[in-house]
Every structure is written in C-alpha cells, then in structure tokens.
Design a protein around this ligand. Sequence first.
Ligand SMILES: NC(=O)C1=CN([C@@H]2O[C@H](COP(=O)(O)OP(=O)(O)OC[C@H]3O[C@@H](n4cnc5c(N)ncnc54)[C@H](O)[C@@H]3O)[C@@H](O)[C@H]2O)C=CC1
Ligand SMILES: [Mg+2]
Length: 352
Amino acid sequence: MSLYCGIACRRKSFWCYRLLSTYVTKTRYLFELKEDDDACKKAQKTGAFYLFHSLAPLLQKSEHQYLAPQHSLLELEKLLGKFGQDTQRIEDSVLIGCSAQREAWFALDLGLNSSSPINASLQKREMETELKGSFIELSKALLQLNVKDASLLSTAQALLRWHDAHQFCSRSGQPTKKNMAGSKRVCPSNKIIYYPQVTPVVITLVSDGTQCLLARQSSFPKGMYSALAGFCDIGESLEEAVRREVAEEVGLEVERLQYSASQHWPFPNSSLMIACHATVKPGQTEIQVNLRELEAAAWFSHDEVAKALRRNGPYTQQLNGTFPFWLPPKLAIAHQLIKEWVEKPICSALPA
Ligand SMILES: NC(=O)C1=CN([C@@H]2O[C@H](COP(=O)(O)OP(=O)(O)OC[C@H]3O[C@@H](n4cnc5c(N)ncnc54)[C@H](O)[C@@H]3O)[C@@H](O)[C@H]2O)C=CC1
Ligand SMILES: [Mg+2]
C-alpha cells in the first residue's frame, strides 16, 4: 500500500497526491480486509462496532437527532459475556467501512440467529438498558440521522439482511460460510461463491417542458407524491427500463432521457436507485394510470412543485378530509431529482 502511495506521490501533483492518498489508502485497506481473513480479524481488535438487533440499529437520542454509538471489541466481548452469549458471535459481524486513520468499522446483529426468539426479545430490552440506547427500525430513524450515519447504517443493514437470508447454498442445500469481512459467502461442499445482491431500480422524473409528472402508491404516506420508480427487468438496459416503467405505469412514451445521479436505498432490500430526467412531446401528455401499480398520478406545474419543495411533510389531515401535496424528504434521490427540475427545468438542457 505504501509503495502504491509512493508511486502516486511521484507521478501526481501535490494537490492530486493529497486528494488521492487518503481515499486510495482507505480503499486499498478495505480491499485487503475483504480478501484476507487474518488481516480483518486483526482490524477488529482496534476497530469500532455498530450494533443491531433483528436489523434495527442501536441509537441514542440527542436533542432532535439520533446518534449511532460505536463500541470497541473489548466492550462488545464484555457485553456478550454479561448476556451469556458466546464471543464467537463476533465472527458474524460485517465490515462496513473505515476512517481516514484506518480504524475499521463493523456491524453486528445481536438478535438474529438466536436459538430462542422469546429469549432474544427479553435480552433486547436488557441490552438497551445496558447500552443506554434503543434498537429502532431504520425506516423510522433515517430522517433523524446525520448523512454519514444514515449511509453507514443503511449499508450495514443491507449487508446483515443479505447474510441472514443466504445461510444455505441454493444448489447443495448445505450451510454457506461467510468470510471474515462479510463480503461473500462460500458453499464448502461445491465452492460456489455468493456475493451480496444489489437490485437496480430506475426512478424517472417525466416532464413535458412546463410541468412534471408525479405519482403515488397507496403505501406512501398520505398526500406524498414522487417520481415514477420501478425495478429493472433481467436483460434490460437502463434506458429500456425507464421507457417500459413509464409506459407501464402511466401509458406515456418518453423520448429523451438524461442521467442525473444514483443512490443506495435500503428499502425493501438493497436497491441501487438510478435517477433520470425524461421528456414527452408537448401535447402527448394524456396519462392512463395503471391502478394495479399506482393510486394516482398527475401533472404538476413548476410553481406547485417549487412551493411543495419549500414545505416539510408529512402533513395532517385538513378539515375537508384531504391531505396537502408534499414531496419525498431531502435524503431520498426523488427529492434531488425534483429539486434539479425546479432549479433548471430539464427539457431545455436535453439534447434534441
Ligand atoms: N429513494 C427514493 O427516492 C425512492 C425509492 N423508491 C424505491 O423504489 C423501489 C421500486 O419502486 P416500485 O414503484 O415499488 O417498483 P415497481 O414499479 O417495479 O413495482 C413493484 C412491483 O414490481 C415487482 N418486482 C419486480 N422485480 C422486483 C424486485 N426485484 N423486488 C421487488 N419487487 C419486484 C413486484 O411485483 C412489486 O410489487 C421501491 O422499493 C421504493 O422503495 C421509490 C421512490 C423513491
Ligand atoms: Mg413503480
């Protein structure tokens, strides 16, 4: 690793060296920990652990925010000892990142794989008292976490969930074995390697030049509208997935497409949200909502959307029984996509 940094130092300008060295060093270190079980085990000794119980992260309330506390290996061993659990359990932990100073970060679920669910839930309450925090569902806590913790805990939950659901080889039926970092599982009988799965999802903001199209599913909080989203089918390109989803959900044919950004999204499992802007020809805007997928869809003016962006939902019911129109929170890529459109209605930026 130091050799690599040395080469970078000689070849690159000082500015490049400073930018690259921390990032490259971190990346190479994490790569080493994923490949080398002994190095990973050693990193646990000086590392920090984030704790979960049945996929809910341990959090501590601090004013209007949640904080995710870290625990050392020693603290963790003491905790497991106190609750009569084997310290071997630490080997179930997964690597989720590291600091600039190469302190490795791990996540461990204390509730999964418990021999008795009753015992596990009893221990949960006692552990919360001992750890001076609560295990809170990630979907309920996400909006009150800082960006770093939200991203780390989302990654951790996705990885812990994947390991929990892939305990057995789908070919041999034998138990699979995780490597120390948790970056893969191997079937000891036929050597098949399983890697954590990420599901690609397209999310598209359709515009006709002056308005944008937003939709809601019945499972959304009341009054909230978002961009059109859908899972990619096997064999599809990103462009094909966008065209199909828009046609399926609202009966429109998009003609131009522009990639915006992407985001890891932990719900319902682990999705890679790929966000795009798309246009339809002015005049070809009549929508036919697919009611098996959506509760409603409608065109919204620039003004309506700009106003909704400035407000913070969710809202309570109004006197007439309806809920005001509001948009996904800042953390969701849908919000960023809508904000981009409000700041610079995209159709004019797209190539003809
Ligand atoms: N981060 C963000 O800003 C946003 C994220 N999303 C996420 O996008 C995801 C996809 O959006 P939907 O409109 O629900 O998708 P969708 O339009 O593809 O409809 C969901 C249906 O697709 C089928 N499906 C096909 N492949 C699937 C797979 N791999 N996993 C699960 N279901 C599959 C199922 O029948 C499911 O009921 C949602 O899970 C949601 O969490 C949605 C909007 C905003
Ligand atoms: Mg959809």
